[in-house]
Design a protein around this ligand. Structure first.
Ligand code: OXD
Ligand code: MN
Length: 607
């Protein structure tokens, strides 16, 4: 038996509820040692991980790691929200009774960390002193050192964050399991990623990668957070958050928003003003993946990024798409790359889209699985070098344009909420919505285009309400109702907008250049909210008049611009049918949402 109390004493972990929790899980998992972590342990843990061959050097103060090859992404089918109340079951949350899941996970975890160290990571998913602090505290126990160094980057870590919080902490238990023998993706799959939301307990077994293993991030920061928010009057969303300052007028706007996967959320979150507008506008970064939103005592809507780092998708990150990200992973930043390609001789890393072509000299290069590129069989020559979900992990403090007040516990006032679809046609560059119910309706019908051509429904979206489909922890109708309630309580309601950077011409070319130029759409939104422009009313919201968009320094075809600033009524009418079916899945959806749907449908029919 490890001497747990001696270690808890050494670390100054005095919270008796946490101590009891650590004792319990050390007993279940059979760990040989217990070690309490603080952020100050980072350098030592990195040294130990390097010595153990768990990570590799990737330049001065940069690290490389590889996950087990079948453990590379979130696994929605193995992810479960469990509670003690069957009415918590929704369409997307994969609900199971807590009484069924808890014993299953205890059974899987029993003895599963034998011979290993159980690291105890006390963390906070907020700046200290936040009004939501008591929902943000957690203690992850894990038997995986790589998870620890990732968590130190993604969360605020140390015993001081939890010692005074009594029982108000999330119990986040992670056991890696015997990765090569878990039957990932087969009928014998042994993995389970369970959030027992009404017990504020997270039990993840069978992974060491990403949200399956860094429990502060997605399991707590999104799923558990959303459930707590529902019960306690705040919102938790998979949203980026940025601030724009107009240096000429001194006006400041903070915008948050959700984008389905692969729709450029991180790139937008870290964007800079286009060069031609850089003298006037300054963009600050708050967060790329999660926002918690609440109405303050002054009636304003506030938001904060609960994370302390960025776990960004590496693919296609380059000087054009996201120069800010590249600057935040430079030598000395302590960034960790996972599942990208690695050169075992030069210690360089590379991923698809980092440069146009892969390095010409193949000497020393290994793909994300650790296999030599030069030894590849001819039929595998075209395989990607990096996994599509390969990542970089870096702390917020490394991001060059991180907002000066990113650690302010008060959070920042939110002026706009955007939803970013990924649509080849129909969706204009931006359409603004003032009405709260119509804005919430728009979020609920967010989606990215899927290729359902085979079923004859080309152009149909895979709906991803508010980009929360994989993270929903309570029923969708309650989710809609909660949104209406929280945003409806704000005295200065944010303006909503739907943006789409992905419209294409008949020949397939993108009509809009994207990336830094996307800021032009958000500048217009700021000006609309501020009464500086009026836009043009359409059945689906207010579109910019051509003369209102700041187009300095942008070369764009007039006809493309016309298409970007107009809507295709026929495609929209078709879309309304798809939306109706999508929303009809959710029993007892608030009448206000249906009214918004009918208003839009009628406006389209009147055209
Ligand atoms: C995700 C992530 O899975 O951000 O969305 O890691
Ligand atoms: Mn995410």
């Amino acid at each position: 038996m490890p001497n747990i109390d001696a270690e808890l004493d050494r670390a100054g972990l005095t919270n008796s509820h946490v101590r009891e929790y650590v004792h319990y899980w050390a007993g279940v998992t059979g760990a040989e040692r217990v070690e309490v972590i603080s952020a100050a342990d980072d350098a030592r843990l990195l040294e130990e991980s390097l010595a153990a061959g768990e990570i590799f050097p990737a330049g001065e103060g940069l690290y490389y790691s590889r996950s087990y090859s079948k453990d590379t992404a979130r696994s929605e089918e193995r992810t479960i929200v469990a509670t003690n109340d069957p009415s918590d079951a929704g369409v997307y949350n994969n609900w199971r009774p807590a009484s069924e899941m808890r014993p299953k996970l205890v059974d899987l975890m029993t003895g599963a960390s034998a011979g290993k160290t159980m690291y105890v990571i006390p963390y906070l998913m907020s700046p200290k002193g936040s009004p939501l602090e008591r929902f943000a505290a957690g203690v992850q126990v894990t038997d995986n050192r790589s998870v620890v160094v990732q968590m130190i980057r993604m969360a605020r870590v140390g015993v001081d964050y939890i010692n005074d919080l009594g029982d108000s902490f999330v119990r986040a238990v992670h056991v890696t399991g015997d990765l090569p023998n878990l039957g990932q993706g087969t009928p014998e799959d042994k993995r389970y990623f369970v959030t027992v939301a009404d017990e504020r307990t997270i039990l993840h077994f069978g992974s060491s990668y990403g949200g399956n293993a860094l429990l502060g991030k997605i399991a707590h920061g999104l799923r558990q957070g959303a459930y707590d928010g529902w019960k306690n009057g705040f919102l938790v969303e998979q949203f980026m958050l940025l601030g724009i300052t107009d240096k000429q007028t001194g006006e400041r706007y903070n915008i948050c928003g959700g984008f389905p996967s692969a729709s450029g959320k991180t790139n937008l979150a870290m964007t800079l003003a286009p060069d031609a507008l850089g003298d006037r506008y300054y963009v600050e970064f708050y967060g790329d993946d999660i926002a918690w939103l609440w109405v303050g005592e002054d009636g304003k809507l506030y938001g904060m990024n609960p994370e302390n780092g960025v776990f960004g998708v590496a693919r296609d990150t380059n000087e054009a798409t996201n120069p800010t990200a590249l600057e935040s992973i430079v030598e000395g930043s302590g960034a960790i790359f996972t599942n990208v390609a690695y050169n075992e001789k030069s210690h360089e890393v590379w991923w698809e889209g980092r440069t146009k072509n892969p390095p010409a000299d193949l000497d020393g290069w290994l793909d994300w699985k650790g296999e030599r590129i030069v030894d590849r069989a001819a039929e595998n020559a075209g395989d990607p070098w990096a996994h599509p979900n390969s990542r970089f992990t870096t702390t917020l403090a490394n991001v060059p344009n991180v907002a000066k007040d990113y650690e302010d516990p008060k959070g920042v006032e939110i002026h706009g909420i955007i939803f970013g679809g990924r649509t080849r046609d129909r969706e204009p560059l931006i359409r603004a919505i003032y009405d709260v119910a119509e804005g919430v309706y728009d979020g609920l019908t967010l989606g990215a285009e899927a290729t359902f051509a085979a079923e004859g429904v080309d152009g149909q979206l895979r709906y991803d309400p508010m980009s929360m489909r994989p993270f929903m922890s309570y029923p969708e109708s309650s989710y809609a109702e909660h949104w209406l309630k929280v945003i409806g309580a704000a005295t200065n309601a944010p303006i909503f907008a739907h943006v789409n950077w992905f419209q294409r011409g008949e020949d397939g070319h993108f009509l809009w250049p994207g990336y830094r130029d996307n800021l032009r759409a958000l500048l217009w939104l700021m000006q609309l909210k501020n009464g500086e422009v009026t836009g043009v009313q359409s059945p689906v919201g207010i579109l910019p008049a051509k003369s209102e968009l700041a187009l300095e320094g942008l070369e764009i075809d007039e006809a493309d611009l016309d298409t970007l600033l107009s809507i295709d009524i026929d495609r929209w009418r078709q879309e309304m049918g798809f939306r109706e079916k999508h929303l009809a899945q959710f029993p007892e959806l608030p009448e206000q949402i249906w009214e918004a749907h009918r208003r839009v449908a009628e406006a389209l029919n009147a055209e």
